[in-house]
Design a binder for this molecule. Structure first.
Ligand code: FAD
Length: 361
């Protein structure tokens, strides 16, 4: 009997497995495919990412430094409203490499990480959980005191246990051109309804063009408009779901969700790498596999940390749907230097931000 079975090896799954293995727990980690594949993420993260990685990570994963974003109400030729920091605000990194790096750290800490194991069934009993997976040698069943569902936006663990769904799923698409681009700004286009399209310079790894929007929006058409506007050829198209709005409950008797399975994402960007790993740390600190009542402490801890950020993030997203003249006025008034942390919208009220925006600073 394992202490924990972790389903899914994205950043939160790998992070949780590493932390609890370091604490001496017996941990099995099951990944349905190859770690990091297929790619469906921009890997645009705050510099906090390096607090979660091991030695040599920056040399291996880093692609570009970003100081700010140029917002556009229209396409590439429309006016740009820059928001920027004096210091580096974020990094663009190799996301496939990140997942492999984090999984390796979990293995080094003692977790048993197995690829090619698709979890198909999860059943809770009063004293344990059983997890059934399809592996390379057929169907296997495992037992554990608890199961962690880190299996992404369309979580099988969430469905198996009848846990509630996130409020909404956006459809994200991205593709790459082969231009070398070391610019230190990303471009954000408020063109698709209720969300945005983007251009991310990835240094020698090329340029990424992407878009996310809710169901019902003609994502392909908006994406073609973006590519045509930039007059580029792109390849390696990929897509994925982005969950927004966490359900009321992400724990049950002997199971809990972390990461996209729990919609631990930023509502105004869809980014979830840092929120997922931050929540993984809360789970590792609070949950004792021998005391199921500790699951309530995890629910409280991650919401205490992130709920206000997510609420404010929802309000920021609403601005994407304002009438164009109001967007132009707002962007024109607010653009310039800022001191906001990209993962923490509440830092709009921070001294650092106020110092950056106040005249005569
Ligand atoms: C287009 C797009 C761009 C994005 N850009 C950014 C960005 O720039 N920055 C950022 O912070 N976030 C970004 N995100 C969000 C980010 O990708 C997610 O928040 C993050 O990947 C969440 O990690 P996760 O491990 O919870 O889920 P996932 O990364 O989806 O990982 C879940 C893992 O579980 C495995 N799995 C699923 N089902 C099973 C099963 N039944 N059995 C075993 N294993 C299973 C999957 O194979 C996968 O490896 C983007 C998302 C999209 C779609």
């Amino acid at each position: 009997m394992y202490d924990f079975v972790v389903v899914g090896v994205g950043p939160p799954g790998a992070r949780f497995a590493r932390r609890v293995a370091e604490d001496g727990y017996d941990v099995l980690v099951l990944e349905k495919g190859r770690i990091g594949e297929p790619l469906a993420c921009s890997g645009h993260v705050s510099t906090d990412i390096w607090q979660f990685t091991g030695s040599g990570a920056r040399e291996e994963l880093f692609q570009n430094e970003i100081y700010g974003a140029r917002f556009h109400v229209g396409g590439p030729r429309s006016d740009a409203y820059p928001f920027y920091k004096q210091a580096v605000a974020s990094n663009v990194i190799d996301r496939v490499g990140l997942d492999r790096h984090l999984a390796e750290l979990a293995r080094e800490a003692g977790a048993d990480v197995r690829e090619d194991h698709t979890v198909t069934e999860v059943t809770e009993h009063h004293d344990r959980v059983t997890v059934v997976a399809n592996g390379p040698d057929g169907v296997v069943e495992f037992e554990a005191k608890m199961v962690a569902g880190c299996d992404g936006p369309r979580s099988r663990v969430r469905d198996e246990l009848g846990l509630p769904q996130p409020d909404e799923f956006l459809h994200g698409v991205l593709a790459f051109s082969e231009e070398d681009d070391h610019q230190d700004f990303v471009d954000v286009h408020l063109t698709p309804p209720t969300f945005f399209a983007w251009r991310i310079p990835r240094g020698e790894a090329g340029v990424e063009y992407g878009l996310a929007a809710p169901p019902g929006v003609h994502v392909t058409k908006h994406f073609e408009d973006l590519i045509d506007g930039y007059e580029v050829d792109v390849s390696h198209r990929c897509s994925g779901a982005i969950p927004i709005g966490p359900p009321d409950r992400v724990t049950s008797q002997r199971a809990f969700l972390i990461g996209d399975a729990a919609a631990q994402t930023k509502p105004f960007t869809g980014g979830g790498i840092l929120y997922g790993m931050t929540s993984a740390d809360h789970a590792a600190r609070e949950i004792d596999p021998d005391r199921p009542t500790t699951l309530a402490a995890y629910e409280r801890a991650w919401r205490d940390d992130l709920a206000r950020e997510q609420q404010l993030g929802h309000w920021i997203r609403r601005a994407y749907s304002l009438p164009e003249p109001i967007q132009r006025l707002g962007l024109g008034t607010l653009s310039g230097e800022i001191g906001v942390h990209m993962d923490r919208p509440t830092s709009l009220l921070s001294l650092e931000h106020l110092k950056a925006v106040l005249p005569g600073r």
